[in-house]
Design a protein around this ligand. Structure first.
Ligand code: NAP
Length: 314
């Protein structure tokens, strides 16, 4: 079976993707900044890179049939200081540059590079640019920090095409997973019976179930007709209040109290990052759907039901 090299494969999506690939019989090489030697999993091996020193293990590149590029410093985990903003940018662009250099210098048979980007590319719904079903792939990048970051990230990938390899970029929506990420944050106050609605709660969240995202990445790997950029979001975005209240009901039944967390409190806690939490972004998935991709979890009800299933919680 083909070999898939995953950068950032130790992260939330990478781990889930590895399970999906292994279940289909693919061999996986996880490229990490850390040396991971003591974990033994069938069909999975580990390799290292040092982005600052522009070093990557030659063997990993030489063996790979496909690359899925997920590496990048977490966007919502820390305050956006000047230094951390630079790390968010560098971790994506310098890592992409290193991959491209490796593909250029090391003899290889990589057929396609599939990369993460984010719907942070887009601005807020309050723009005359918005289409009926939301933002589409040809819409310009927003001029804020995340918009600029995504633009530079995606541009840094373009030399892949000059190397005669297929390039597919996915603008990931908010990924819902039982392992962590946004859903884990939404669940935290529910431990105390509080359904924390962020700001007015009216802001639209364009989300995707982690399993559908992983299936989409593998779909792109297996379908040669896919190239360029696609939004990776479920068909039906939802507002923050609806999502939080549905989650509360699934986890706590009738035993929860809805509380609106005011904008100024979020700003105090999160700093500049709160812009992203309060921003309404409706994103269209017509382009990927048009290629024939189908979702296992098209509605938030289906996704949350699966993600809060007692078996999954165990
Ligand atoms: N989760 C979401 O909701 C979401 C939404 C939109 C876009 N995305 C994008 O999708 C990609 C994967 O997301 P994820 O949620 O799986 O992220 P994650 O859990 O934070 O994992 C990302 C991986 O990137 C590597 N990494 C972290 N900091 C790095 C740095 N400074 N330089 C180089 N590599 C670094 C780490 O691997 P090692 O420590 O092993 O090197 C880490 O495991 C990210 O690029 C993210 O921006 C995610």
């Amino acid at each position: 079976m083909p070999v898939v090299l995953i950068t950032g494969g130790t992260g939330l999506i990478g781990k889930n993707l590895t399970s999906h690939l292994v279940a289909k019989g693919y061999q996986v090489i996880i490229v990490s900044r850390k040396s991971i030697r003591d974990v033994e999993k069938p069909l999975v091996s580990y390799s290292t890179w040092n982005i600052e020193e522009e070093k990557i293990e030659k063997n990993a590149i030489a063996k790979a049939d496909y690359i899925i590029h997920l590496a990048g410093a977490a966007v919502m985990d820390k305050r956006w200081t000047k230094k951390y903003k630079q790390e968010i940018i560098d971790s994506r662009i310098k890592s992409t540059n290193l991959l491209i250099k490796a593909l250029h210098d090391i003899p290889n048979h990589v057929k396609a590079v599939i990369s993460a980007s984010a719907i942070g590319w887009y601005g807020s719904d309050h723009t005359p640019l918005l289409h009926k079903d939301g933002f589409i792939e040809t819409d310009p990048a927003d001029e804020n920090f995340l918009g600029e970051t995504c633009k530079r990230w995606e541009e840094s990938l373009h030399p892949v095409i000059q190397l005669n390899k297929r390039l597919v970029k996915f603008r990931f929506g908010i990924v819902l997973s039982i392992e962590g990420g946004a859903l884990a944050e939404f669940k935290k106050p529910l431990r105390f019976g509080i359904a924390a609605i962020l700001g007015s709660g009216k802001q639209i969240i364009s989300w995707i179930h982690a399993d559908d995202l992983c299936r989409m990445l593998i779909y792109a790997l297996e379908n040669e007709q896919l190239s360029e950029t696609y939004n990776a979001v479920a068909p039906l975005p939802v507002n923050n209040k609806k999502l939080i209240l549905k989650l509360a009901k699934l986890i706590r039944g009738q035993f929860y109290i809805p509380v609106h967390v005011p904008k100024f409190v979020l700003k105090l806690i999160l700093g500049e990052r709160c812009i992203e939490i309060l921003k309404s972004t409706t994103v269209s998935n017509e382009k990927i759907k048009g290629t024939g991709f189908t979702f296992l979890y098209p509605t938030i009800d289906a996704a949350l039901k699966e993600l809060t299933n007692k078996k999954n919680q165990a």
